[in-house]
Design a protein around this ligand. Structure first.
Ligand SMILES: C[S@@+](CC[C@H](N)C(=O)[O-])C[C@H]1O[C@@H](n2cnc3c(N)ncnc32)[C@H](O)[C@@H]1O
Length: 485
């Protein structure tokens, strides 16, 4: 089976000891019927004799039948089966496919989102497959039923996690997320956590959270967990991940965030994506090529094409001169609003290279195809995918940028130097960890919406050395969760 099919169907199998432990959490009585909505090769089914599994992949379904001869295995799409079955289960367990929204397509996606909507959850188009799987599996439980699933750690920060958690709390008496610092699936860049829900048909006003160093096989569900009130979670941007922070650091972070001199980036400016050309190699030329073709300077802009290009403090004249001297392909053809193009450009736009560019999705969908929209000169650039911390770099040379960095534009009267200084503070460093999210491999990512929430101490906050220590301790703790270093 090729990698693409594995990816397409989210086929990553659960270590047997994890499957056994999850089944142990929900099965308290041998007579109950267990549902696994995406049973793969049947490793959850083998843990309990009275099981029903659904599996879309023929080979996996055959393996599941062979491995769990006592179980009933249906081959097909779970959502189709779920709309037709009259069966209801006391318990459910499994590992739903993790298919990102870009690949989660076709009839299954339509059925999945429609099924969830009928149950009252409106997922956005950015939703990955596992979230509607959980909602649909829950809907097949009998009153007071329980379920336990492997879930991506995205449950702690993805924009589609809040409607899921709200729905789970509106339908279960107890909702629990169990997070592990050491990876459950070492081969995957995305972390996996565990979800446990009990008391289907009741509701709860809190999510319980456990954070452990590592998974221990066959341990019962821990008796104690941190109680996160839904009201607190809602007020804090509906991200569960922040509650993994030591309470002392989180309390100080919240207290500092409420001070008048501490602002969100969105209060003083805007971080948005840079322009999208559709064919970067065509639209960016080397200074030598621009000269050779005779392109006038007024139709060229010097661009930041990727984060690696950024110096640490400022894109200034010296940085730009360096790129030009090295003949880097950083000259953007900026042809917006040009009624008459010089002959040299008309020749470039009808070259073979241009034909290929013209065929790309972005170029086909704009008119004229060669006019790149949204080319602006921001006040600063934000490297939004970073190792240790995202850097904010001043734009002192009037450059433009592609979407591989964020373009930060400040409101009138806001000093870019003051914002940059605040960006280097320990508070802002912690804020990036809390408002951003891990990307795997130790990387931190700040989406524009996340960057908007980053806290900046723009006035004198006057932290004691003990408080600085608490903030730094929080940052170090948060970085462990993204496996940095
Ligand atoms: C993450 S794997 C888990 C398999 C197994 N439960 C385990 O944990 O090892 C997800 C499984 O869901 C299956 N799958 C994907 N889409 C499905 C769908 N719409 N209906 C049923 N199964 C599906 C995949 O083929 C894959 O075997």
């Amino acid at each position: 089976m090729g990698q693409s099919r594995e990816k397409q169907l989210g086929q990553f199998f659960t270590p047997p000891e994890v499957a056994r432990t999850l089944v142990g959490w929900v099965v308290h009585d041998k007579r109950v019927r267990l549902l696994d909505p995406s049973c793969g090769d049947g490793r959850f089914l083998t843990c309990h004799p009275r099981s029903v599994g659904i599996e879309i992949d023929r080979d996996n379904a055959a393996l599941a039948r062979a491995q769990a001869p006592g179980a009933l295995v249906h081959e097909g799409d779970f959502f189709e089966w779920a709309t037709q079955t009259a069966e209801r289960f006391q318990v459910a367990a499994g590992n739903p496919p993790f298919i990102r929204y870009q690949d989660f397509a076709g009839d299954t996606r339509i059925r999945a989102l429609a099924y969830a909507e009928r149950l009252g959850v409106k997922f956005s188009r950015l939703t990955s497959s596992w979230a509607p799987f959980l909602v649909a599996a829950a809907s097949l439980l009998r009153p007071n039923g329980r379920m336990a699933f492997v879930v991506p750690a995205e449950i702690g920060h993805a924009t589609y996690a809040p409607p899921l958690l709200e729905w789970l709390c509106a339908h279960f008496e107890h909702v629990r997320v169990v997070a592990f610092q050491q990876k459950l699936f070492p081969q995957l860049s995305e972390d996996a956590w565990l979800l446990y829900c009990a008391g289907y048909g009741s509701r709860s006003d809190a999510v319980y959270l456990n954070d452990f160093e590592r998974f221990v096989a066959d341990e019962p569900l821990p008796r104690f967990a941190r109680r996160v009130e839904l009201s607190t979670w809602r007020a804090a941007g509906r991200r569960l991940r922040r509650f993994l922070l030591p309470s002392e650091s989180l309390a100080l972070y919240d207290e500092l965030s409420a001070r008048p001199e501490v602002v969100r980036l969105s209060e003083v400016g805007h971080a948005g994506i840079g322009y999208v050309t559709g064919a970067n190699d065509f639209f960016h030329v080397r200074p030598s090529t621009a000269k050779e073709l005779g392109i006038p300077a007024r139709l060229l802009r010097v661009a930041v094409r990727k984060a690696e290009q950024l110096p640490s403090v400022s894109v200034d004249r010296a940085a730009v001169d360096g790129w030009l001297m090295s003949d880097d392909p950083v000259m953007l053809l900026h042809l917006n609003g040009q009624d008459r193009l010089p002959d040299c450009l008309r020749r470039y736009l009808s070259s073979e290279h241009a034909e290929r560019a013209k065929g790309t999705y972005k170029c086909r969908n704009r008119s004229p195809w060669y006019a790149v929209p949204d080319v602006r000169v921001p006040d600063a650039f934000l490297a939004y995918m970073s190792g240790l911390r995202p850097s904010l770099v001043r734009n002192d040379a009037g450059c433009v940028c592609t979407n591989s960095v964020h373009a930060v534009t400040l409101k009138a009267g806001v000093s870019v130097r003051a914002v940059q200084e605040a960006w280097r503070s320990p508070l802002c460093e912690l804020s990036c960890e809390l408002e951003g999210h891990p990307l795997g491999g130790g990387m931190l990512k700040l989406e524009p919406g996340e960057a908007a929430n980053v806290r900046l101490p723009l006035g004198e906050v006057g932290l004691t050395s003990g408080e600085i220590e608490t903030i730094r301790g929080g940052t170090a703790h948060a970085r462990r969760w993204r496996h940095y270093g």
